[in-house]
Design a protein around this ligand. Structure first.
Ligand code: ADP
Ligand code: ASP
Ligand code: MG
Length: 407
């Protein structure tokens, strides 16, 4: 029997009515001859609310207990959905991440899936049940503790489960109609894509297109699981994320990311080994550095800037200050008001002049570029945070990605 994994995000299970709608869809998929596994997120904004609550209780970080707290969110939606499905007269069983055998690394808050046992999921399917698995959570065999996978992690649960079960498709149900040429909440005339390659989707997601968690796309690519991103509010076809697309686009879309901040170390002596001295402690502290720019050296000193997730900015600033002092740099400052805008498209590889056109468009919109990084199919620029909307809309229009604007 074909196996379908369906994942429903927070908005899609936000209240009792939405949960009943999800149950009806899962039951219909089951009744049309599929084995169905459903992965759920926490209801609505409940993960954010739990984080706020924890911050109200204590300003200190308690990673293990934080994961115990946050995993409760998905536990609520999975149990309610199982009840709603059982009311249709169909067997259903909810499983936490650890019950489903989702094994992860030890890092609380950003653990990685290292394997999925999945026997209880298979048993449930063997009993003709719709099996529901809590997204975003797993279990570290090393510490025997519950872990979470990072924000948006239910997407990773779903695609990894689909790979383990050799599912035919992983459907990601969300609050937009699919993957668009830009975030439709920022760009009203963004176009829904019929399809996008794993490679391009990976770049879009890593560049901030939060519709899919980047790691879920990595699983899809590695195990060749087609991902169908679609709306949970109607039955229309969404966007297929897959290995090959019919048409190669020069530019597939524009992504933006406002979740990073910038650290600048001023007056770094320009001699071999100092960059290593600056970045090694950051890696040891588990901080992931995204973009790096080293300015031209003048009179034997240079400025080095880098970006990190805003949630890590205090730790990054501290680590940079310790190094700055040790190497005799002038000082460290932090800039919270930045944004990254990225242009993504597989056809960029064979096309000259894309970067020049991108920079020209940004200039015409009065947007200053502070940092640049590229991959073969992506160009990213760090700009002022206040300029993000003008930059994204300007690039989207400048590369003619949108539907006709209504006048
Ligand atoms: P869910 O709770 O279903 O996982 P998310 O909020 O994580 O939903 O992801 C869906 C959101 O992703 C959309 O509401 C949209 O604002 C945002 N998004 C960002 N970039 C894109 C894009 N290129 N296409 C579609 N949605 C995007
Ligand atoms: N509930 C988690 C979050 O809000 C995981 C998810 O929804 O994918 O990040
Ligand atoms: Mg999400």
């Amino acid at each position: 029997m074909p196996i379908v994994v369906q994942k429903y995000g927070g908005t899609s299970v936000a209240d009792a009515e939405r949960i009943r709608a999800v149950a009806a869809r899962a039951v219909a998929t089951h009744n049309s001859g599929n084995d169905v596994v459903v992965v759920v997120s926490a209801m609505g904004k409940s993960t954010d609310e739990l984080i706020t609550l924890a911050n109200e209780v204590t300003p200190n970080s308690h990673p293990r207990e934080m994961d115990m707290l946050l995993t409760a969110g998905e536990r609520i939606s999975m149990a309610l959905l199982a009840m709603a499905i059982q009311d249709h007269g169909i067997g259903s069983m909810s499983l936490t991440g650890s019950q489903a055998g989702i094994l992860t690394t030890v890092e609380h808050g950003h653990a990685e899936i290292i394997g999925i046992r999945g026997d209880r999921v298979r048993e449930g399917l063997g009993e003709d049940k719709i099996v529901i698995v809590a997204g975003f959570q797993g279990f570290s065999p090393e510490t025997r503790d519950v872990t979470t996978l990072g924000r948006g992690g239910s997407d990773a649960t779903a695609v990894a489960l689909a790979a383990t079960l050799q599912a035919d498709v992983c459907e990601i149900y969300t609050d937009v109609d699919g993957v668009f040429t830009a975030d439709p909440r920022l760009v009203p005339n963004a176009t829904k894509l019929d399809e996008i390659s794993f490679e391009e989707m990976l770049e879009m997601a890593a560049a901030g297109a939060g519709v899919l968690m980047a790691r879920s796309v990595e699983f899809g690519r590695r195990y060749n699981i087609p991902i169908h991103v679609r709306s949970s509010f109607h039955g229309e076809v969404g966007t297929w994320v897959k290995e090959e697309t019919m048409e190669e686009a020069i530019i597939r879309g524009v992504a933006h990311d406002v979740s990073e901040a910038k650290v600048t170390v001023h007056g770094v002596p320009d001699s071999p080994g100092l960059a290593a001295q600056l970045f090694e402690p950051l890696a040891e502290a588990g901080l992931s550095v995204d973009m790096i720019v080293q300015n031209v050296s003048r009179e034997g000193v240079t400025d080095i800037s880098f970006t990190v997730p805003r949630t890590d900015i205090d730790a990054a600033e501290q680590a940079a200050k310790v190094t700055a002092e040790a190497i005799g740099a002038d000082g460290v400052d932090v800039d919270h008001n930045i944004a990254k805008v990225s242009l993504v498209g597989a056809g960029m590889k064979d096309e000259l002049g894309i970067a020049g056109k991108m920079f020209r468009i940004l200039a015409e919109h009065g947007v200053n570029i502070e940092m640049i990084s590229t991959s073969p199919i992506r160009i990213s620029c760090v700009v002022r945070g206040d300029d993000v909307s003008a930059a994204v809309q300007g690039l989207h229009d400048g590369f003619s990605l949108g539907t006709e604007q209504e006048s």
